[in-house]
Ligand binder design. Sequence first.
Ligand code: ATP
Ligand code: MG
Length: 370
Amino acid sequence: MGRIILTGDRPTGKLHLGHYVGSLRNRVLLQNEGNYDRMFVFIADVQALTDNADNPGKVRDNIIEVALDYLSCGLDPEKVTLFVQSQIPQLHEITQFFSNLVTVQRLQRNPTVKAEMVLRGFGEGEHQDDNKRGLPVGFFTYPISQAADICFCKATTVPVGEDQEPMIEQCREIVRSFNSTYGPVLVEPEILLPSSAACRRLPGTDGKAKMSKSLGNCIYLSDSAAEVDAKVRGMFTDPGHLRVEDPGKVEGNPVFTYLDAFCEDSDFERFWPDYANLQEVKDHYSRGGLGDMKCKKFLSKVLNDRLEPIRERRHFYEKDIPGVYEILRKGSQAAREVAAQTLHEMKDAMQINYFDDAALIQGQAAKYNG
Ligand code: ATP
Ligand code: MG
């Protein structure tokens, strides 16, 4: 069994640096290494609708944004099947069959579901005055639909950020349950996390634990150089570092976390020859005597250096929007064919292939007619 890679993102906004270091950068590396049988990357619009049911325009408009972000990071439609989730109807059938193998109690224990319920204001209350919305069934069960997204192509490898760990674990449980109940059709996927902690969960510019579209603390891949400068200048740092001569904290300081995620030794030679590497900067900042602004200026240069080729490719693809939709249309067509094959195997194993099963029909006929 070869290696099949799959990941996706919700079209709830443009992609940001968290997506990049958490998953996108890995995907492009994997794509270019070429050590796989097939690679799929998809736009999870059905999942986005689970908490944006009242905002279809937002989801619709962000399909092209996410597609442009993918292409601008270097995903190559010749090598990777890029598709849109809603265009694969088989995913709904797979989700339905999986939902019989998962309990409400198990979903309630899923830590990502719990955290996102709080983030999105879904709670017990159904009334306006408690400031909470009721919990949509589709949102509550999205880990099941996500398992279908992974299983339709028998993915072996899922490169994602660490917030997705509970999702992959739940998917593995579903696969084990399906295979032991009906027969060995599906494959248990492995999560592929970035190697450094900074990349597994990049914090927001406000210092909050996770950069997230929903929190508005993002630097987007499509931000201009001036926007990146301004966002970095306004970044949260160590609130105790008031005067330049004060000792500063590196731990939990997002400026340094971003540097951990992005900077390389060669950047010092190019942009900040006073230091040889990041450790020297961290040591100086911790001792005191190094101001936040100098560190931010350097970070801004490093980020813009990484983002510039991405912006350039984006501008290239922006000139051919119909071509980008065509890439998604073709990819969706190809993904449907794969999904139909897997669903066929699943239905065989589940014995719901009545009309293809001559033995069943003859057996029932014999029962009634001797
Ligand atoms: P939303 O707020 O709508 O949930 P999001 O910003 O969390 O959006 P998703 O589309 O849910 O983004 O996540 C897509 C992928 O990007 C997942 O693999 C996720 O782990 C990864 N990812 C998102 N944010 C970060 C982050 N701050 N650090 C590392 N990985 C991230
Ligand atoms: Mg998310």
